[in-house]
Design a protein. Structure first.
Ligand code: FES
Length: 350
């Protein structure tokens, strides 16, 4: 049963508080708040609360303005954090302040204007029976002794220290959510791969350069840039290999319905990224009769004879195509880097 008295006094506390270990509410003098006795103060508090809610609305509007108006590649320098994306800072700041103001307004409202009453809730005694309490204490004591937690102080202290430091790597990893290399936006970083004009294409596995005649019509070869191993070793860039991985497929040139650029094939050999544009699985399941490339992860299907367009599944983007040709010795080479980011979508991708 719950008694509420707007005056601040319990109406029914006569015989229970002592047994439950509570002080009778009626014995605590009720102190009215200034907003209870001064209508002007109450009006002021009302205006304060409303101002916070209004400011929150303004910050939500600023959030939308920042999202639309700030270029995604704009970077700013912030002491301690270094170079960060201006858009991310603006979105985080405006959204954070908007939420903070709603919270602060609600607290002020509750503290200054909502009814100020004392509430008495009667409860049964929650103490355990003495035998059950003694048994629980004995179990605890026995567990403590058997675990050796008290007997081996070095283990105890090192365990406590290890657990205390355990969250630190998680906090450090959060840094990667906003730090980008100086002068580079995430979009630039993710848009570039190891490919460039004239770079030989080698087979993934034996790293041998490939001639057009090595690929029969209907064939598929997984391939990489010739210098990918050096890039990996010198720059310690493990992502480079994944981003640059391609597949070469050969079809009758008459069956190519469209490409992502003029004559990006070489005699019917087409090069596409090997990384699915859904969530990035490597793909090499090719159906030579239909020219369909099937991703084994979630069954996205791409038509390689038609610009790599998505014809089925959850992928939202076509497979990026790499323009290719041959060098003076007749080996297949790239004619440039990819002209769009490879792999899954990301926030900055337009
Ligand atoms: S990763 Fe390819 S369909 Fe999901």
């Amino acid at each position: 049963m719950t008694d509420i008295t707007p005056s601040g006094h319990s109406s029914d506390h006569g015989n229970q508080p002592e047994r439950l270990g509570y002080s009778p509410v009626a014995d605590i003098p009720h102190k009215p708040r200034v907003t209870d006795i001064d209508p002007k103060a109450a009006k002021r508090a009302e205006r304060q609360v409303a101002s916070m809610f209004l400011l929150s609305i303004i910050f939500v509007i600023l959030f939308v303005v920042a999202f639309v108006g700030i270029d995604k590649s704009t970077a700013i320098y912030i002491p301690v954090l270094g170079v960060v994306g201006a858009l991310q800072v603006a979105l985080g700041f405006t959204m954070g302040v908007a939420i903070l103001l709603i919270g602060a307004g609600a607290i002020q409202w509750a503290k200054k204007l909502m009814p100020d009453v004392e509430v008495v809730q009667q409860r049964h005694d929650m103490n355990s029976e003495p035998e059950a309490a003694a048994e629980a204490a004995a179990n605890y004591q026995r567990g403590k002794e058997e675990s050796g937690f008290v007997r081996y102080p070095i283990i105890r202290r090192t365990l406590i220290a290890a657990l205390a430091l355990f969250p630190i790597p998680l906090i450090v990893l959060l840094r990667d959510l906003w730090i980008t290399p100086p002068g580079e936006s995430p979009e630039e970083e993710l848009s570039r791969t190891a490919w460039h004009e004239g770079l030989r294409i080698v087979a993934d596995g034996n790293f041998q350069p490939i001639r057009p005649e090595d690929i029969p019509v209907g064939g598929l070869v997984s391939a990489l840039p010739i210098d990918i191993m050096e890039i990996q070793e010198e720059e310690h860039n493990l992502n480079a290999r994944g981003k640059a991985a391609i597949i070469l497929v050969r079809m009758d040139p008459d069956q190519i319905r469209s490409q992502q650029g003029d004559n990006w094939d070489y005699q019917g050999i087409l090069a596409y990224s090997k990384i699915c544009t859904h969530v990035g699985c490597p793909i090499a399941l090719y159906e030579q009769r239909t020219h369909h490339l099937l991703c084994p992860c979630h069954q996205s299907t791409f038509d390689l004879a038609d610009s790599g367009d998505v014809i089925f599944g959850p992928a939202a983007r076509r497979m990026p195509q790499l323009p290719i040709g041959v060098d003076e010795e007749g080996f297949l080479v790239a004619r440039s880097d990819f002209t769009e980011p490879v792999g899954p979508s990301f926030w900055e991708r337009s």
